[in-house]
Design a protein around this ligand. Structure first.
Ligand code: FAD
Length: 473
């Protein structure tokens, strides 16, 4: 957007903004540059933290440098996620170069090579800005970053559309958070305005060999890293902001008009497929919501899309922000854990060891197809995911083990895994954000879901046949 064409309302940081959080009590000092450590929202446009970092650098008459890294030792590191993140980095390198902002991407092959490098980047900084995020490795990374930063370390919450701080309660259900989130849209659903850097990009002496992402053979670079190479990249879901915007435009031009009807049928390709891009921050929920609103969709379709993007996603982020144990079985409500425990010794004729289930070898062909889709394509359709998660409860003896297996498999294989939506989605299968239902074997009063719920929505046999077999090892 040209700078003269500024909208009246904007999502950029304002005075006393609830999205800002200072992590240490060190001062802003004289230094060579301001650093934006891009760790959760891997995009170079529509990024509130980045524009805030440019603004602060301008005020300090310093250049801004953008530091991106991809370590090999984050949980479940694999070729699938590494390739996607490098593709995000390649788009960022292009956009930042065109904006005159220095960008360094660090790809250590081993954990040993990664040690101490961020501290060296920070050593000459006047101020460090990074991404606030309530889940996965980000809270830990931010507290570590704040400790070894020599100056003020602050984060910007650009995770959901409205600031997470504005909903301080741990919301129990969609119906309680919906009116709050929808009311906040009036104030917070606005575009981010680009801030022009006033000090030219310096030639930075990075304490690592920065990647030339335009020229790099990404597959070869990924193959050199000490990560799980058996989980392959997903070729029809390339990473990066360009692919994210192309997917959003395509969705809005076609499937979005019938989203309220087609979103329950996995054979229809009736959903946006944006979750991996939202997960890695290649696109913001804000951009998706603004574009959907501007696309003049039929009201039922727009409302249904915003229900998922704003309300369900917002509920998952609220859960992650308010419950530090959100990725564990402890985050399942007590009533649900109690009823599942009462039924833990109910007969489970389909029980199998976790490793057998992970190889898609359960007694249930529909569940196996969902598991194959997860392994091969890095995704499962939402309706099938609900069935997949519920069915695991019937196939693993202890409910806690079933929960942990579901989280581990989603985190390991799904491109959009390791996300607040992952943990809320799995926990929903165990009763989170839900209410008690009439008592049944195995589930107790937790809502159950069988294959009949799928058959009411789509042609299950045809869908099962469409998922290829796994390669024999
Ligand atoms: C057991 C289980 C595990 C799940 N694991 C994940 C996960 O790892 N990552 C993930 O992003 N989502 C997860 N979900 C939620 C949902 O299945 C996916 O967000 C959705 O299928 C993504 O496809 P899409 O981008 O085409 O969604 P669309 O239907 O196009 O929706 C647009 C966006 O809204 C959000 N959204 C949609 N449905 C939900 C939902 N039920 N809860 C929260 N947000 C939603 C997502 O950000 C999605 O990209 C899980 C759900 C369950 C039941």
């Amino acid at each position: 957007m040209p700078l003269h064409d500024r909208p009246r309302r904007r999502a950029n940081i304002r005075a006393n903004d609830p999205r800002l959080r200072v992590w240490n009590d060190k001062p802003i000092r004289s230094g060579d540059y301001v650093v934006y450590w891009c760790q959760a929202n891997r995009r170079a446009i529509d990024n509130v933290a980045l524009e805030y970092a440019v603004k602060r650098a301008n005020e300090l008459h310093l250049p801004l440098i953008v530091y991106e890294a991809l370590r090999p030792d984050y949980p479940h590191a694999s070729a699938r996620f590494h390739k996607f993140v490098l593709e995000c980095g390649r788009d960022n390198a292009r956009v930042l170069a065109s904006r005159g902002i220095a960008h360094g991407f660090f790809l250590p092959r081993t954990a040993e090579q990664a040690k101490g490098v961020a501290a060296k980047v920070f050593a000459r900084a006047a101020l460090i800005v990074s991404d606030e995020h309530p889940s996965f490795i980000h809270p830990w990374q931010n507290s570590a970053g704040a400790r070894y930063a020599p100056c003020t370390y602050l984060t910007v919450d650009d995770a959901a559309i409205a600031p997470l701080a504005l909903i301080p309660a741990h919301e129990p259900q969609a119906r309680t958070i919906r009116p709050k989130l929808l009311a906040l849209l009036d104030e917070w659903l606005a575009p981010v305005v680009l801030v022009e850097p006033q000090v030219q990009a310096p030639s930075v002496e990075w304490p690592f060999d920065p990647l030339d992402l335009e020229q790099l053979d990404l597959d070869a670079a990924v193959a050199r890293c000490a990560i799980d190479q058996s989980i392959a990249p997903i070729s029809d879901r390339p990473g990066g902001s360009r692919a994210a915007w192309a997917r959003l435009s395509n969705f809005l031009a076609h499937a979005a008009r019938g989203y309220d009807g087609a979103r329950d049928d996995p054979s229809e390709d009736g959903t946006s497929g944006l979750s991996p891009y939202l997960h890695f921050g290649a696109i913001s929920a804000r951009s998706c919501a603004l574009a959907a609103r501007d696309a003049v969709l039929p009201k039922p379709a727009l409302d249904a899309f915003l229900e998922q993007l704003v309300v369900r996603r917002g509920l998952a982020f609220n859960h992650a922000a308010r419950e530090p144990r959100h990725a564990t079985y402890e985050a399942v409500p007590a009533w649900a854990r109690d009823t599942l425990a009462e039924h833990a010794s109910d007969p489970r004729p389909d029980a199998k060891p976790p490793a057998t289930l992970e190889r898609a070898k359960s007694a249930d062909d529909v569940w196996n197809a969902a598991q194959r889709e997860l392994i091969l394509r890095g995704r499962i359709h939402n309706v099938v995911r609900m069935f997949w998660g519920k069915r695991i409860i019937t196939m693993v003896k202890r409910p806690r083990d079933a929960f942990e297996l579901a989280v581990r498999m989603m985190d390991r294989y799904a491109l959009d895994g390791r996300d607040p939506n992952t943990y809320a989605g799995v926990a929903w299968c165990f009763g989170l954000h839900d209410r008690p239902f009439p008592e049944r074997p195995i589930f107790g009063t937790v809502r159950s879901m069988g294959v009949r719920a799928l058959e009411k929505r789509f042609d299950v046999s045809r869908w099962v046949e469409s998922i290829p077999p796994l390669k024999k090892k």
